[in-house]
Every structure is written in structure tokens, then in C-alpha cells.
Design a protein around this ligand. Structure first.
Ligand SMILES: Nc1ncnc2c1ncn2[C@@H]1O[C@H](COP(=O)(O)OP(=O)(O)O)[C@@H](O)[C@H]1O
Ligand SMILES: [Mg+2]
Length: 216
């Protein structure tokens, strides 16, 4: 069984397809950690994962909430813990959160789309939109108390969990699929490398199944 693997995609639609294949394989209790710079394709990939989970609602960057829940074949807890990063100070503060809404994937022709219907701008609509306030819980010097902000309630339970900017949460979860997206240098502007690493039984199995789906 492989525990490390890299995938390359050459368009946003292809990234969404890659995500969809993983989403279709995910089970309750799975945890994915997703990292990569602004514009790398995290949201694009997350949209694909959601499609694969049978989620009909449009998944966006959870800018104002730490966790957004979506109903699907398996419910998804989509987290963005950017603002909890210890180094996230005033300078870099608006990095992902604000500049991030422009992601649009025109990959509707890429097949198998569950159809998100008309997308709702800001988390209203069909969304079950549970949200944890961003306040509190951030240790000013020490680590973040993930239990007290409710993040841990989603782990190892009924949810498939996708975490963007996991920060120190990576140290709390033994078995997770870590995916780091790297944007390739010019002129390969539409190329992304997905560097994946599984850290336990469960994630190894998922990575193995995913690789087979992608390649064959
Ligand atoms: N291979 C690719 N995979 C993902 N996105 C790509 C790719 N090529 C170009 N793009 C573009 O890069 C941007 C990625 O944005 P987004 O998914 O919001 O990134 P992030 O959430 O990491 O900031 C989109 O505008 C998308 O169309
Ligand atoms: Mg994003």
C-alpha cells in the first residue's frame, strides 16, 4: 500500500474531478488536511470532494465560520482554520479569507456533476449553515484548544472532515490524508501538483483506492 503519492492536474476542471473521485471514496471518520497557497486550488478541490460525497449545495470557502456542515451521502464538515494559525498576524491576516471568493470552476462539462443548481451567494439557502463563531479558543501563546472550540466534535464520528489550513490540528489527528497543493511555475500556470501523504491505516486505504481510481 502506498502512503505517499503525487497527482498532477492541468486545469481547474481536472482538479475538481480529482476531488470528486476522492469524495466518492470517503467514509465517515475520514480526515483530509488541505494546504497550499492562495490560488493553489483548495476551494476548487473541496468543491469536487463535495460533489463526490453527493452534496448538492455549492461549497465555498468558509470565510466567516470555522466549520460549515453539508448534507450528503456522508455529511461533510468543511473547516477553514486559517485565522487560528499562530503566525497569522496583521500582515498576512487577509490572505485566504478575503481574496478567496473568486474561485469559479467552469467544469460543468466534466461529467458526473450532481448539479449545484443556482448557487447561493452567502451561506443562506439550503445550507444547514451551522457555524462556530470564530471567537475565543485561540491560545495567544500556547496551542489552540481544539476541543473547546468544538472542532474535535467532528473528528472520528459521523462526518467526513476536510480541513483547510489545519495548523496545529495536524498534531491532534493520527490518521489523516494530508494533501498539499503546489502551483507550478510559469509557463505551467494551470498545472498543480497534489502532494499526498497518508499517516495511518484508514488514510492509506483511501489513498490507495484513490490512486487506482485516478489512474485506471
Ligand atoms: N489545475 C488547476 N487546479 C485548480 N485550480 C486551477 C488550476 N488551473 C488554474 N486554476 C485556477 O486557480 C484558481 C484556484 O482558486 P481556488 O480554488 O479558490 O484556490 P484556493 O482556495 O487554494 O485559494 C482558480 O481561479 C482556478 O480556476
Ligand atoms: Mg479557498
Amino acid at each position: 500500500m502506498v502512503n505517499e503519492m503525487a497527482f498532477t492536474t492541468r486545469s481547474a476542471a481536472e482538479t475538481q474531478r480529482l476531488g470528486r473521485q476522492l469524495g466518492a471514496l470517503m467514509k465517515a471518520g475520514d480526515v483530509i488536511f488541505l494546504t497550499g497557497d492562495l490560488g493553489a486550488g483548495k476551494t476548487t478541490f473541496a468543491k469536487g470532494v463535495a460533489l463526490g460525497l453527493g452534496i448538492r449545495e455549492d461549497v465555498t470557502s468558509p470565510t466567516f465560520t470555522l466549520v460549515t456542515e453539508y448534507e450528503g451521502r456522508v455529511p461533510l464538515a468543511h473547516m477553514d482554520l486559517y485565522r487560528l494559525l499562530p503566525e497569522q498576524g496583521a500582515t498576512a491576516a487577509n490572505g485566504d479569507g478575503t481574496g478567496d471568493t473568486g474561485a469559479s470552476v467552469d467544469g460543468t462539462g466534466s461529467g458526473g456533476s450532481v448539479g449545484s443548481g443556482s448557487s447561493v451567494a452567502s451561506g443562506g439557502g439550503v445550507a444547514s449553515g451551522s457555524s462556530l463563531g470564530s471567537g475565543g479558543g485561540v491560545g495567544s501563546s500556547g496551542g489552540t484548544d481544539f476541543a473547546s472550540i468544538g472542532v474535535e466534535d467532528y473528528l472520528y464520528g459521523d462526518y467526513a472532515v476536510l480541513v483547510e489550513w489545519p495548523g496545529d490540528l495536524v498534531h491532534e489527528v493520527d490518521d489523516a490524508l494530508h494533501i498539499h497543493i503546489v502551483q507550478q511555475p510559469l509557463p505551467r500556470i494551470d498545472e498543480r501538483e497534489f502532494q499526498c501523504k497518508a499517516t495511518g491505516e484508514r488514510s492509506w486505504k483511501r489513498l490507495d483506492e484513490w490512486v487506482k481510481q485516478w489512474l485506471f
